[in-house]
Ligand binder design. Structure first.
Ligand code: HPA
Length: 277
């Protein structure tokens, strides 16, 4: 099946589940990164659709990823939360990695907040810090748009000048102030993983202007901008990048830092989404 055929199939399956249960598709989606799944606990009267309930939907195998959509209100704002995503390192083709966000976009979601756990390079960064993504480097992973262009989704050569919506960046800054917390800003670079970087690679990426490194988000942001959707991004610093501290890196860091920073991320996003169009 081609990319569009598969998207439409999953979209119609999701639509029929929602229709049967009287749920309308909200305008805003939040994708929760590794370790951040607890943010979904803030949803009032959640309606859950497991990815496994949708035929042909890629199911996440990453730790800390529940693999489901949670529909409901965050504060007073209707949202859909993706509690878990799939990663390129799990072996899925890029078209499957971006399928979940594309399905939501096709279903009528206009605004996307992409979150992730990331390794921090920026001077002074600490585990548990939140960083608003102002731009990204996609150069080290294949584009999700490789292959025949799906004209129904967007242009062959989409502009990437303002991937992270400038107005939504202002909203996030204001939300950080209102919820009385520090929000760093910087550049996210995506790598395939699943191995972490070497200290030499991290020194190189630091010279390239990278502030945090991770294994997700950028390809989703590209697929969504291709479709003309509005994107915001927030990273949780789950560890200091390789070779920049005395610690060795471990996959469990994302879970531990998620527990520390989950409530702050929830407060930030609950405030921010009230101001999204
Ligand atoms: N590198 C890459 N991906 C990551 C890291 C890291 O240090 N931490 C969390 N995701």
């Amino acid at each position: 099946m081609d990319v569009l055929g598969k998207l439409k199939l999953v979209e119609s399956e999701l639509a029929s589940i929602l229709q049967k249960n009287g749920i309308t598709m909200p305008k805003t989606a939040i994708v929760l990164g590794s370790g951040l799944g607890d943010v979904a606990d803030a949803i009032v009267e959640p309606f859950v659709v497991s990815y496994g309930d949708l035929a042909d939907f890629p199911v996440s195998t990453a730790p800390g990823h529940k693999g489901r959509f949670v529909f409901g209100k965050l504060g007073d704002t209707p949202v859909v939360i993706m509690q878990g995503r799939v990663h390129y390192y799990e072996g899925y083709p890029m078209s499957d990695v971006v399928l979940p966000v594309r399905v939501l976009a096709l279903s009528g979601v206009e605004n996307f907040v992409l979150t992730n756990a990331a390794g921090g390079l920026q001077d002074g960064m600490q585990i548990g810090d939140l960083m608003m993504i102002t731009d990204h480097i996609s150069t080290f992973v294949p584009s999700p748009l490789i292959g025949p262009n799906v004209d129904e989704l967007g242009l062959r050569f989409p502009d990437m000048t303002h991937v992270y919506d400038v107005e939504y960046q202002d909203i996030l800054r204001a939300a950080a102030e209102k919820t009385d917390q520090k929000l760093l800003e910087g550049i996210y670079a995506q790598f395939t993983g699943p191995h972490f970087e070497t200290p030499t690679e991290i020194r190189l990426f630091g010279k390239l202007g990278v502030d945090v490194v991770g294994m997700s988000t950028v390809v989703e942001a590209i697929a969504l901008r291709h479709m003309g959707k509005r994107v915001a991004g927030v990273s949780l610093v789950s560890n200091i990048a390789a070779g920049m501290s005395d610690e060795l890196l471990c996959g469990d860091d994302v879970i531990d830092s998620g527990l520390i920073a989950g409530p702050r991320m929830t407060a930030l996003l609950t405030e921010a989404v009230t101001h999204f169009a």
